[in-house]
Design a binder for this molecule. Structure first.
Ligand code: EPU
Length: 419
């Protein structure tokens, strides 16, 4: 299994460009199923989960031509509505194929999707199933498979009892091709959702209100060809910003949208992380005496659960005590035990709350990446730490961050991939 070997304690310096958003790309690829015409996607990140999404699409019968960060897709000849189990059960975003298949072909068969172990047990899909039922689909559960069918789908009024990013995107995509009007309430408002809606509207969809809690979608017969430029990854932007702050480095982050991480920048203002920003760049300056500050993760525009882990690392280097609350998932703070092994002073109050007392000196250790975001947090901790850290299971980092080792080396990081 490949590993990262990181020698910490160095300051980083230079510029790093942000890649296209993983969580936008993972929706745009299945959205190609909604149109029988040619779809072009630009700025695709070269990461594990994207490769699997393309493999799923190709297995369904689509034609995909990839040239660097651009893909040209034709789903005209899709001849299957069943997701290949050995791929679909490997990553959570495979669930994004279900709505488009149901909308275009009236049928979808899929296994329970896999992904990071951050929710209680396997991450639930009840909201998706409820939504498809509201659209008129019948659902059969057979031997770990779900089989959705519909002779005629119809628009619906659906209220999300829990705010869900992929749930909102799935029902929004499906409703685009369903006759009649759909109203979705208590929707997620992430920038990737708004970008997806703008793109679908450019193909002829009629979506109003994306990026707000209520959406109205009027179904159309078909969607035309489309081109989508994937927006910058706000979680990668925030991860790099937190990396700079935690290592006391000056780093310019380019090709990003600082406005998408306002919830983090507001905290930087309070804790003394100095920065400058423009429309598409962010310069994190060397900052001393960073102060501890509590956070509570929240759906967008609140503080993202995906930045909780790198933020915890920063708090181990900050002056004072901070309370970190992550209420979105049940198992997203368990990884902090590894930071304690590195020397951090962290008390787990319950699965949703940890208290961090800083600053503490961190030491290199042998660790294992449990999920994408805890994985990047361990990389940051290793860059802060004295000595050598070995991080195993880096597949879980490659799933979200393109060639992170190569890119960090350009900033002066001492990080090596051992195969
Ligand atoms: N939930 C349900 N039932 C459902 C769906 C979700 O109860 O049917 C619950 C979840 O268990 C969780 C809450 O709703 O407690 C919110 O989860 P959500 O559905 O919003 O998460 P997601 O859509 O599966 C996306 C991102 C995650 C990110 C979350 C929260 C993608 C592919 N994934 O997940 O990204 O953490 O939103 O912002 O868009 C990552 O990039 O590392 C990652 C995990």
């Amino acid at each position: 299994m490949p590993k990262f070997i990181i020698n910490g304690g160095r300051k980083l310096k230079g510029e790093i460009a942000v890649k296209g958003a993983k969580n936008a790309a993972l929706k745009i690829i299945p959205a190609a199923i909604l149109s029988a015409e040619t779809i072009t996607i630009n700025n695709i990140p070269d990461i594990e989960d994207i490769g699997k999404s393309f493999d799923l699409l190709i297995d369904l019968g689509a034609k995909v031509e990839i040239n660097g960060a651009r893909a040209v897709i034709s789903t005209k000849n899709i001849n299957k509505t069943e997701l290949l189990p050995k791929l679909a059960d490997k990553f959570r975003a495979s669930i994004m194929f279900v709505g488009p298949l149901l909308a275009r072909f009236g049928e979808a068969k899929f296994p329970l999707p896999g992904g990071c172990i951050i929710g209680a047990g396997s991450r639930p899909i009840d909201l998706f199933l409820e939504g498809y039922k509201a659209f008129g689909a019948t659902i059969r559960e057979e031997d770990k498979y779900y089989h959705l069918q519909a002779k005629q789908l119809h628009g619906a009024n659906y209220f999300f009892s829990t705010i869900s990013v992929t749930g909102t995107e799935s029902l929004m995509m499906t409703a685009c091709l369903i006759p009649g009007e759909t109203i979705l309430r208590n929707c997620a408002m992430e920038p990737e959702i708004e970008a997806l809606a703008d793109y679908l509207n450019s193909q002829g969809a009629k979506i109003i209100g994306a990026g707000s809690p209520t959406m109205k979608i009027t179904g159309v017969d078909k969607l035309s060809a489309g081109t989508f430029n994937i927006i910058p990854d706000r979680i990668e932007t925030g991860s790099f910003a937190l990396m700079a702050a935690a290592t006391g480095s000056e780093i310019k982050i380019t090709k990003c949208s600082p406005e998408h991480i306002s919830s983090l920048l507001i905290i930087f203002d309070k804790i003394g992380v100095n920065y400058e920003k423009g429309a598409d760049w962010l310069l994190i300056k060397k900052s001393d005496n960073i102060k501890a500050h509590d956070i509570k993760t929240h759906e967008y525009p609140g503080f993202p659960t995906d930045l909780q882990s790198p933020y915890v690392v920063l708090m181990t280097q900050a002056q004072g005590t901070s309370l970190i609350q992550d209420i979105i998932y049940d198992r997203r703070l368990i990884w902090t035990d590894m930071l304690s092994q590195m020397g951090a002073n962290i008390i787990m109050c319950d699965p949703h709350r940890v208290v961090v007392d800083g600053p503490t000196h961190l030491y290199g250790k042998k660790l294992m990446s449990p999920d994408i975001r805890a994985g990047i947090a361990l990389v940051i901790a290793a860059l802060v730490a004295e000595g050598t850290t070995e991080i195993d299971n880096i597949y879980q980092i490659d799933r979200g961050y393109e060639k992170i080792d190569e890119r960090l080396r350009t900033l002066g990081a001492d990080i090596e991939r051992i195969n």
